[in-house]
Write a protein that binds this ligand. Structure first.
Ligand SMILES: [Cu+2]
Length: 110
C-alpha cells in the first residue's frame, strides 16, 4: 500500500471515529456503588446508556426513594453489561440502583 493510500485510510478512520463519538449518546458508568456521572442533561429523543463496571450486579430503575416510578427498569446488569433507554419527553427523571441504593438524575431538555 502506498503512503498516500495509507494516509487516506487514516483520515477516513478519523472522520468515522469523530462521527460515532458525536452521535453515541450519553453513557453513565456504574462503579464503586456510584453513578458516574450521577447527573446528565440530554435533549428529548436522546438515549442514555448505563454500563456496569462494578464487581457487583446492579439494576437501574426509574424514580428515587421514596418515590419509585415504573417508567423504566433495566435487567440485572453484571460487570461489562450495558443497557439503554431513550427519553422522549422533556422533564426530570431520577433513577436509582435497586441493588445499591444510590441515585442519579437525567434532565431532558426540549
Ligand atoms: Cu427500586
Amino acid at each position: 500500500m502506498g503512503r498516500l493510500a495509507a494516509g487516506t485510510l487514516l483520515a477516513a478512520a478519523l472522520v468515522l471515529a469523530l462521527l460515532f463519538s458525536s452521535c453515541g449518546g450519553t453513557t453513565i458508568v456504574i462503579k464503586d456503588f456510584q453513578f458516574e456521572p450521577d447527573r446528565v442533561t440530554i435533549k428529548a429523543g436522546e438515549t442514555v446508556t448505563w454500563k456496569n463496571e462494578d464487581r457487583r450486579d446492579h439494576q437501574v430503575m426509574s424514580g428515587a426513594p421514596p418515590v419509585m416510578t415504573d417508567q423504566f427498569m433495566s435487567p440485572v446488569l453484571s460487570k461489562g453489561d450495558s443497557w439503554s433507554y431513550t427519553f422522549e419527553e422533556p422533564g426530570e427523571y431520577p433513577f436509582h440502583s435497586m441493588t445499591g441504593g444510590f441515585m442519579g438524575i437525567v434532565y431532558v431538555e426540549e
